[in-house]
Ligand binder design. Structure first.
Ligand code: SAH
Length: 214
């Protein structure tokens, strides 16, 4: 997986490659362990998905984390991305709206002896102001538009990685806070994520309408 799917496609950060090699992905893929290292997203509980390995590696690389970085993840899912972030030396708060998924993720992280990850249940679409500023914010579900609230919660020098766009396909947007009032923004390419559902995301039910403003 590391050489075929990651290095060949341009993942360069040795720490990311090391973590992708060391965290056992099969433990995060319920009933699909045989496919755990396939080059694709896989189903997890509650109708959600664990991202393709390349995307997990790419998003981690884009965060450009220093050891000890404080990171907010929105969309815990299986807990795999959180385990990779912890392996990178980050302290992680990860928010998941499905209690069932949060519980399973906590269990898996506990089994693996991963420390430094706190999994919370709730709507993370507005981020977490109390824990801000964050050195990194990673949204692993698709937002209809760039969540302004999250930009504001970045530390200077911090980065936000978030899929933004319509339900069918999004742009992986990287926002860097360069100063108190200075942000840069670029797209790293097309991605497909399950929707971010909540106040700062899409409305529940799948009408196609964003959650805010109707
Ligand atoms: N990072 C995960 C994959 C996430 S799939 C992993 O490594 O396995 C996207 C997750 O985002 C789903 O579990 C979904 O329930 C969750 N989600 C969607 N909207 C959310 C919100 N507003 N707050 C918190 N979690 C949300």
């Amino acid at each position: 997986m590391v050489s075929d799917q990651l290095e060949r496609r341009g993942i360069r950060d040795p720490r990311v490659l090391r973590c992708m090699a060391s965290v056992p992905r099969e433990l995060f893929v319920p009933g699909a362990a045989a496919f755990a290292y396939d080059d694709r997203a896989l189903p997890i509980e509650a109708g959600q998905t664990i991202s393709q390995p390349y995307i997990v590696a790419r998003m981690t690389e884009l965060l450009a984390l220093d050891r000890g970085a404080r990171v907010l993840e929105i969309g815990t899912g299986s807990g795999y991305q959180a385990a990779i972030l912890a392996c990178m030396g980050a302290t992680v708060v990860s928010i998941e709206r499905h209690a069932e998924l949060a519980a399973r993720a906590r269990e898996r992280l506990g089994q693996l002896g991963v420390s430094g990850v706190e999994v919370r249940v709730g709507d993370g679409s507005r981020g977490d102001v109390v824990g801000a500023p964050w050195d990194g914010i990673i949204v692993t579900a698709a937002a209809p538009s760039l969540p302004e609230a999250l930009r504001e919660q970045l530390a200077v020098g911090g980065r936000l990685v978030v899929p933004v766009g319509p339900r069918a396909q999004q742009d992986l947007v990287v926002v860097e806070r360069r100063g108190e009032d200075e942000w840069t923004e670029r797209s790293d390419g097309p991605v497909v994520f399950v929707p971010l559902v909540g106040e700062g995301g899409w409305q529940e039910g799948g009408s196609g309408a964003p959650g805010f403003g109707g």
